[in-house]
Design a protein around this ligand. Structure first.
Ligand code: NAD
Length: 328
């Protein structure tokens, strides 16, 4: 599979490009970024060549599949153009910036017959795979409630362009803040773990701390707290934050009729009402699993691991949470 990378920033450099490079079935063929030197640097380091426009890359007949790793506002248009050009697409989360865009992407994937996968990498983390397996066995009984949380110090500390001058804080490019950046991960995860969909949402979002260089607050939310009711009757909280300075929080606790399950830091701990406890420590993974799953699907066939279609309900919940917060 000859691969094109569109957007050569941090996630492309840390995850997509090295994981394609490590896969025997993939060849990195082309790169495009607004910042030409980033695409050129990747070509120099990993082989292949830099393209001067996204159109030029998509017209290249040799490229079979692309990773879309741009700012959020370009996900839909780039993905749809790539599918129309006959490429398979792995698109970063959040899938897109409106429900209409998300539905158009899923429709184009159906029409083109090409693979559209969304990089919801939380589904592939070994502790989540283990938790899903344990939940299927009913180890903590019927699930009643949950709390799930993803917070870190924000993309001003993550992006290739450090500080709040980057696209994450420019509402025209990002469209939303931590809710769609981190909230989509845990919204999709909770639906995946509990095999259900968010049915009702209440939410509060705010910009509590992040400021532009002139001292004014950024235009996107840096904190979001949501209440979810799922179709299966389970209720819980989902928290996303860009202001957890010091230590990242990336965990989920599920409470069932027979006990609880704590999922965090590569482990799953089951605590039963009987007093019994079991701690499962998962061996660290060298890759996200996302790129391997995408390539395996392209090479071996079978169901798309996380198709665009399957992410629609989580995106609907994210948009509903943002609306709920706005409408108070
Ligand atoms: N799955 C995850 O856990 C995860 C983690 C981080 C980021 N992401 C997602 O990946 C995407 C990229 O984020 P990042 O962290 O790499 O950001 P980044 O700021 O580090 O890099 C973005 C790069 O894309 C380029 N770019 C932006 N819009 C472009 C466009 N329309 N065409 C060409 N190049 C463009 C920028 O010049 C920059 O080099 C975002 O959608 C983000 O939400 C996902």
């Amino acid at each position: 599979m000859k691969i094109g990378i569109i957007g050569c920033g941090r996630i492309a450099q840390e995850r997509h490009i090295p994981e394609y490079a490590a896969h025997p079935g993939a060849e990195l063929f082309g790169y495009y970024d607004f910042v030409a030197s980033r695409a050129e640097e990747m070509a120099k380091q990993y082989g292949g060549r830099a393209f001067t426009s996204v159109e030029e890359l998509l017209e290249c007949a040799e490229i079979d599949a692309v990773s879309v790793c741009t700012a959020n506002n370009a996900h839909a248009q780039t993905t749809i153009a790539a599918l129309r050009a006959g490429k398979h697409v792995l698109c970063e989360k959040p899938m897109a910036t409106s429900m209409e865009e998300c539905e158009a992407m899923a429709a184009e994937a159906r029409r083109s017959g090409k693979v559209l996968m969304i990089a919801q990498n939380q589904r592939f983390m070994s502790e989540h795979v283990k938790a899903k397996e344990l939940l299927a066995l009913g180890v903590i009984g019927r699930i009643l409630t949950f709390r799930t949380c993803f917070g870190h110090s924000g993309p001003d500390h993550w992006s290739v362009d450090r500080g709040t001058g980057n696209w994450f804080f420019d509402k025209r490019q990002s469209v939303f803040g931590c809710m769609a950046d981190l909230g989509i991960h845990k919204t999709d995860l909770i639906q995946f773990l509990l095999d259900s969909e968010v049915e009702k949402v209440k939410a509060m979002t705010d910009t509590l701390d992040k400021c532009y260089a002139d001292g004014s607050r950024v235009d996107v939310e840096d904190n979001a707290v949501c209440l979810f009711r799922l179709k299966n009757g389970v209720i819980g909280t989902m928290t996303a934050s860009w202001t957890y300075y010091g230590e990242e929080e990336n965990g989920t606790v599920l409470y069932g009729t027979d006990g609880s399950m704590k999922i965090r830091d590569g482990s799953v701990e089951v605590c039963l009402q009987s007093g019994d406890r079991v701690l499962y420590r998962m061996p660290p993974r060298s890759s996200s699993g996302v790129i391997d799953a995408f390539l395996d699907c392209l090479i071996c066939g079978g169901a798309v691991p996380v198709s665009g279609e399957r992410v629609l309900s989580a995106m609907r919940a994210v948009f509903a949470a943002l609306d709920a917060a706005k409408e108070k």
